[in-house]
Design a protein around this ligand. Sequence first.
Ligand code: B12
Length: 408
Amino acid sequence: MKNRVLLIYPAADAGQMDLIPLSLLYIAQPLLDNKINVEIIDQRLEKDFPAVLESRLGSDLICIGISCITGPQIDQVKAIAEFVRPRSRVPIVIGGAHATILPEQTLASDLVDYVVIGAGESPFLNLVMALKDGRPVQGFTQTGSKEAGRMTVNRSPAAAVKTRVIPYSLVRKYGNLSVIPIVSSFGCPRNCSFCAEKVIHPRYVEVPLDDVLTMIKDALQFAPSLINFFDANFLLHTDRTMELFAQCRQNGLFFDAICSSRVDSVLQMEDQTLRDLQQQGIVSIFFGVESGSPRILQLINKQITKEMVIELNRKLQDLGIKPHYSFMAGFPTETKDDFAQTLALIDRLKSDNPRAVIWKLNSYTPYPGTPLYEVALREGFVAPATFEDWSRVHFYTGNYAAPYDLRL
Ligand code: B12
């Protein structure tokens, strides 16, 4: 009897990361709740991945689900599918950011049988149950299928099934869970024109605080050194964040944490609030600054100025909170002078606050569905015509082939 699902997190040139594949744990729990056996293979952590994969192909498999974001992970998806196809007729399902952004094109690949769009908990459960029972899938919400040779993609939302329990046992075999990610909100209400967040999580949704508390409680069983809040802007509503921490205190939950936020959100916070956050264990905050050029900041609708970044940096220096800043280069129409202003801002931030961490400079990546993608197309970006070809469109700066002429 078919009663098992294999979930794979493909490797990419980002290297070994100690972050567990939270996306797969989220989609696994509703399956476990429905008595489906689930296994996760994290390709980044397997020394002999083909042997492990081969050993897990069996007649009890309902499907293989693979998570994939735009870029080099697609090469791995291709390799995995090409490995599986001659050995098994098991359907291959792709979910995650890339399938959400380009479901039709992803589904058109011979390597892909189904795509799941957006949050996968509910649509993947529906898909798996139908495949298990041998029922047709065509027209299922948030799902793309090509049964009987006909391709159907239905983007309308499936009835929500939310994950409240994270099945850590599926990834425990990989050793200590030293950094545990928690999501307290999905999406972002802002409209930065380059960012794919709006396409992937169209609505900003806060997870009920009770659920976040339960997740934190569960995570702390493993004594992680850090909780990493994966929210796009964990400090968007300070009252909510402070309430969460107050409840953690009341429940005796103490931990160090890192999070992402925005320059404007944190700049407007009272010093005392930031001190309180620090006392709660927030050791560093990650900010996407993206550029030091006022023209580019306007183009990407970042709604911050470089003066704000300089002020924030000093404020965090005074308070002893470590900021992490991320920048990009290669925006459409970006000139040498724009880029020089980014480098000058980086120098300024480091000289004002030597503890500030500057992340590697990422190359701008045009994502379909974002406003800046249209500008990139006008400026000469040639969009890949197939799922497989999107593997070359990525952020990485090492051996990076710019997707279009950067005009530097
Ligand atoms: C954590 C994170 C990482 C971690 C990955 C850790 C890990 N082990 O997964 C690290 C730091 C390594 C990372 C690296 C990068 N990341 Co990143 N990352 C994120 C972040 C902040 C959270 C992802 C997450 O876990 N969310 C929580 C889970 C529960 O949600 P989810 O991932 O969306 O998963 C849901 C659905 O997508 C779907 N789903 C996902 N997979 C699957 C699989 C199946 C089979 C199904 C059915 C459904 C499904 O169901 C899930 C549950 O609802 C997102 C932004 C965000 N807020 O989502 C960016 C994001 C995914 N990253 C992004 C990018 C660009 C990168 C980098 C290229 C950045 C860089 N400069 O290096 C690299 C590339 C890494 C790679 N693998 O190739 C983009 C992807 C855009 C795109 N078009 O693909 C995002 C969306 C950020 C953004 N707004 O632009 N990232």
